[in-house]
Design a protein around this ligand. Sequence first.
Ligand code: GDP
Length: 527
Amino acid sequence: MSTSIEKELQSEVDKRRTFAIISHPDAGKTTLTEKLLLFGGAIRLAGTVKGRKASKHATSDWMEIEKQRGISVTSSVMQFDYEGCRVNILDTPGHQDFSEDTYRTLTAADSAVMLIDSAKGVEAQTKKLFQVCSKRGIPIFTFINKMDREGRDPFELLEELEEVLGIRSYPMNWPIGSGKQFNGVYDRAQTQVELFQGDEHTNISVRKVDGYEDPLVKEIAGEFLHKKLCEDLELLDVAGDPLDMEKVLRGELTPVFFGSAINNFGVQTFLDNFLQMAPKPEPRNSSAGPIEPTEPKFSGYVFKIQANMNPAHRDRIAFLRIVSGKFERGMAVKHVRVGKEIKLSQPQQFLAQDRDIVENAYPGDIIGLFDPGIFRIGDTLAQGRELEFDELPTFSPELFSKVTVKNALKHKQYQKGIDQLTEEGTIQVFRTIGFEDTILGVVGQLQFEVLEHRMRAEYGVEIQLHRTNYQFARWIVDDKIDPSKFRVNSQLVKDKKDNYVALFENEYALRTSMEKNPTAKFLETAP
Ligand code: GDP
């Protein structure tokens, strides 16, 4: 172990920030991502993030579905350099194509940016993604967007964060007016006013002031808005939480920024502050204990498998989060589950539309590996050692269908397709007890459509899906499980590892069942 590699690793790790943006469709994630890339100097990408997705997949057959709907089935990774940092943004699918992939991608992030539409507050998809981040205890930074429009009262929005998500907040800046009257924001830490100029460029004017009572603020804001601003900020100073960084890093307190992504307003100060506060690549737990990013031996795990990004290839791409050590192209690593050495000769990085070949990469980075079918979600690759990273959680599906094959002679292909899609993690398979019927569970409706399409296109199998009324799944852990207690608006099935899972039609059925089975544990993720 040489000290120079340790130094190199330390400095590369210190530079890196890997995060995901979580939001509900239309909150402005694409817009914000573009602006962030713009600051990173990746100017050629601005304005093309969305267009790129559609054109890149245009010739990929099963992705026709996404093209027709103008949405993206898959998420990718974007990387840029800014002010000495190397930033990795993990894109999470934003529309109806919400899937388990979206959840799993969050396990590869060290922090999250929660983007909220100021007129809409906390929406359904944001809530679900927040809960996954919150369970991991990663820091969450909030950007309240669209301040140039008439939105909700800022205090009301902060209250909603606490009531709906259970997280306390610390406003880093505070809006001066909103909608047509939006003048800008007052930056609490820097004691400066940023003036809103309502056009798309970066010439945002910043005025240093002596606190919010400074006459200059009054001049800028006008008497009425200034009075309100002073009242609001006094209240925050007196009754609000202090900015406790330890709480932020534990995910108990979220720093909040107000801005307008489309006007590029508040984006740069957000980015500056975020990069300063956000954690560097964190260790990950493994069978050999926590693995620190600065450990010289390379290790990483697969968190997502994507089929057919390049329609010319049938290969899949496995996305690997580097946990420790330095990746060098061509290096040999151990594929721990199968017990074989493999050579990483063709890894790809995903800087927006280009699939650049990576020569080197460091902890916190994501690389894409060509996968001829050897990887599964959660697989560990490690240099010269046997460790395995903790299994990725299996998230509870929300939509369930019984599946049948139209042509019984195609059963073998059908089974192969189902197995592969399960490995990719797009569907979960359950078997009914006694009858051995197959029920498939997914997180988003689009997964069913993709499934039908891929079974036909790649395996030549026509399947029929029959939607059931189930809406929730819970893994049941109980010494003496009694299937007869899961009959009213519910059903007991088994997952592919023979764990018991109960499916419920509604919350009432779930609650009743919990009452009837007081000794059982009802888990939202697989045990
Ligand atoms: P996504 O679905 O979260 O990726 O959202 P988009 O970035 O596509 O934005 C959705 C819509 O909101 C688009 O019409 C954007 O132009 C608009 N939008 C995004 N940011 C802002 C903003 O700061 N102010 C206003 N008024 N509109 C915005």
